[in-house]
Design a protein around this ligand. Sequence first.
Ligand code: LLP
Length: 421
Amino acid sequence: MDHFLYRDGVLHAEDVPLPEIAAAVGTPFYCYSTATLTRHFRLFEEALSGLDHMICYAVKSNSNQAVLRVMAELGAGMDVVSGGEYARARAAGVPGARIVFSGVGKTRAEMARALEGGIRQFNVESEPELIALSEVATARQLSAPVTIRVNPDVDARTHAKIATGKAENKFGIPIARAREVYAEAAALPGIDVIGIDVHIGSQLTDLAPFEAAYTKVAELTETLRADGHAIRRLDLGGGLGIPYARDNNAPPLPLEYGEVVKRTVGHLGCEIEIEPGRLISGNAGLLVAGVIYVKSGEGRDFLILDAAMNDLIRPAMYDAWHDIVPVEEPAAGADYAPYDIVGPVCETGDTFARARPMPPVAAGDLVAFRSAGAYGAVMASEYNTRPLVPEVLVHEDQFAVIRARPSFDDIINRDTIPSWL
Ligand code: LLP
């Protein structure tokens, strides 16, 4: 459930009509709902109640400072994957002790910064990374808390570009080699091995792969404990999917996911961490765009929007479906006709939807992409020198611009012409 509903014939974000925001900031813009972010976080809190746990919001899904502050105030930890995300989390007021550092290619500079600034744990993904971390930590006479990410070779049954738990993926160490790598880690100075990490992919719509992976992690916990390792923390990653199309079968709920966690690893007496991103921020955001033209083509009609693939890349990159709805509520019994919904960028890939049934729409109308709060603004670029889309946060009847649209001068002045030109 989200807080983007039609009221008096107009789509609202909580208590704010979207045309009011469009009039103030122009289109396109991203719009997030505080109540929805909060609700989604609390669903996970409920799902894991009774377990010693921490919900580490996946910063990559939406890293705006205001969104991170909402999460921090709810008591979330953070999962970061770069020095930049670490800095963002700290700037939003999250203490280092609540930040976990994931990622397959952490640099020594990133490790040093997190070690010095404070970190809950590093989720280490390879032996060379362990050695680098050991050197960085010992050079500072520090000790790095570590979980090792295992690759359980489980098929997450999601889009190939976002599946991470199969043996052929670049992530983690093969679970079959875990005992060997844990033994190596335990012998390294500056490394404090405290647990196991796993993440098998994103937008999972089925619980079976989670169950399979977590069962393997539970077995590994027992094995490693028998080998003498004090395994006391399990990071189970993120990945629970969201409904992108309203009329489709809904993915499992956090509560059902929580049951799987409890059933598979609940008996081990470990601290449990999860790293959800999309389920918290995805349906808490819209991308609102204006219709520039309605164009009749050969055997098809196009809706040409002022948003494009550089603003929301998911359809071009993952063939993703986003519901696209008019901001003005369609009349009851309105006639729907198919449109190809596209942006102004000079690529055919700049297509959001093909033959999408839409009620009557005219130039100047507003439309909203649903489920755009995760992996939307964070993946945007300024391709075609289209300024990054502004972000707006709504709280009840208030809204605030939480990232302004840059001007053309802002963009151009980032470049420098060398003195010899
Ligand atoms: N933890 C780790 C280690 C991850 O790699 C990810 C996502 C998450 C947590 C959060 O997963 P979530 O709960 O959001 O599914 N850009 C793609 C999604 C990439 C996900 C990458 N890793 C998309 O737009 O679908």
